[in-house]
Write a protein that binds this ligand. Structure first.
Ligand code: AKG
Ligand code: FE2
Length: 350
């Protein structure tokens, strides 16, 4: 279980506004952390504590809506994988996850689709917003914008940390990157049949930011033990996904993590933000300098989730597997063409 060990804390202002010395120190700590535990707290990411509290205020207002109102926004309405998922409808490693959530992307119009256009173009489109909660939409889009900027800065620092030109990732993340938010509520243990808020997993994309309300529960697997990552005011937790691990031949680490359901009588709110390149971006290669290449660990590839060097295709494959109901309803042609077999119940989380 948890130990006294804590994750490093970085301040993004050191990189964005610092002098040469602070910038260099930030890049060096980021390199060690992203190669080591793969998880850290970040300050100075553009959102103050009051804004974070207000976000969780509207998040709670959403989850307290009558079940029928939430179900009206269910994800299976949306070919873009946006919307509400009930507790227990998501599975990680064969076990149900006990959390309810709403998935929200960038608010963009659907892309015009010709008969020969690739299926991943269907991922872009509008969100499903709750009626009567105008502040919900404002707060969520605001935090999406802040975390996107922070992510773009962090990627510049990561490029330097990996001995690349500072703009190595700029183009892939410019303009219309994929900005996927999940607002999540984990019910207390008296209401759930296991303590699995979300089972142990690695995130599949590039960068993940987790903003937590007041309840702990997030744990990170490092050096054969689970380290607690409780909420720390003024910070967001950042971790790396499998795409960065693969692009760096395992120099960067996508770390296993999970959420333990909160104690009986409580619940836990969090927001996870997954930043990926533009749908049409090819993933940039990272030829590492020799001193880093020597420390690259290689990648453990998961035969159930083979990554291809294209963002839209990768994301679509992950989403089809996670949300079988949406897949069957809107992507039957893709399932047939690609020979994808979905699990009977819900999809496997990835
Ligand atoms: O809720 C959290 O603290 C983390 C959620 C998470 O790891 C995920 O959704 O990928
Ligand atoms: Fe995760």
């Amino acid at each position: 279980m948890g130990t006294e060990q804590t994750l490093p804390i970085l301040d993004l202002n050191d990189f964005v506004r610092g002098d040469a010395g602070r910038r260099a120190a930030f890049v060096s700590t980021l390199r060690d952390t992203a190669h080591g535990v793969g998880f850290f707290y970040l300050r100075g990411f553009g959102l103050d504590e009051a804004q974070a509290r207000a976000l969780f205020g509207v998040s709670r207002a959403f989850f307290e809506l009558p079940q029928a109102d939430k179900d009206a926004l269910r994800m299976s309405n949306s070919p873009h994988f946006r919307g509400y998922t009930r507790e227990g409808d998501e599975i990680t490693r064969g076990q149900k996850d006990w959390r309810e959530q709403i998935d929200i992307g960038a608010e963009r119009a659907v892309l015009p689709l010709g008969p020969d256009d690739p299926a991943w173009k269907r991922l872009q489109g509008p969100n499903q917003w709750p009626d009567g909660l105008p502040e919900f939409r404002l707060r969520v889009l605001d935090i999406q914008a802040h975390l996107t900027l922070a992510g773009q800065q962090l990627l510049r620092a990561l490029a330097l940390a990996l001995g690349q030109p500072v703009d190595r990732f700029d183009e892939a993340f410019a303009g219309t990157p994929v900005q996927h938010i999940k607002l999540i509520r984990y019910p207390g243990q008296e209401q759930v049949r296991s303590a699995q808020g979300v089972g142990a997993h690695k995130d599949s994309g590039c960068l993940t930011f987790v903003l937590q309300d007041v309840q702990p529960g997030l744990q990170v697997y490092y050096q054969d033990r689970w380290i607690d990552a409780p909420p720390l005011p003024g910070t967001v937790v950042v971790n790396l996904g499998e795409v960065l691990e693969i692009l760096s031949n395992g120099y960067l680490r996508a770390t296993l993590h999970r959420v333990v359901s909160p104690p009986a009588g409580t619940d836990r709110l969090s927001l996870a933000f997954f930043l990926s390149p533009r749908l049409d971006a090819a993933l940039p290669e990272l030829p590492l300098p020799p001193e880093l290449a020597r420390q690259a660990r290689g990648v453990e590839r998961d035969p159930r989730n083979v990554l291809v060097p294209h963002t839209g295709l990768n994301l679509l494959k992950g989403r089809l597997r996670s949300h079988a109901d949406v897949a069957r309803r809107f992507y039957a042609d893709v399932l047939a063409r690609e020979g994808i077999v979905l699990p009977e119940d819900a999809g496997a989380y990835n």
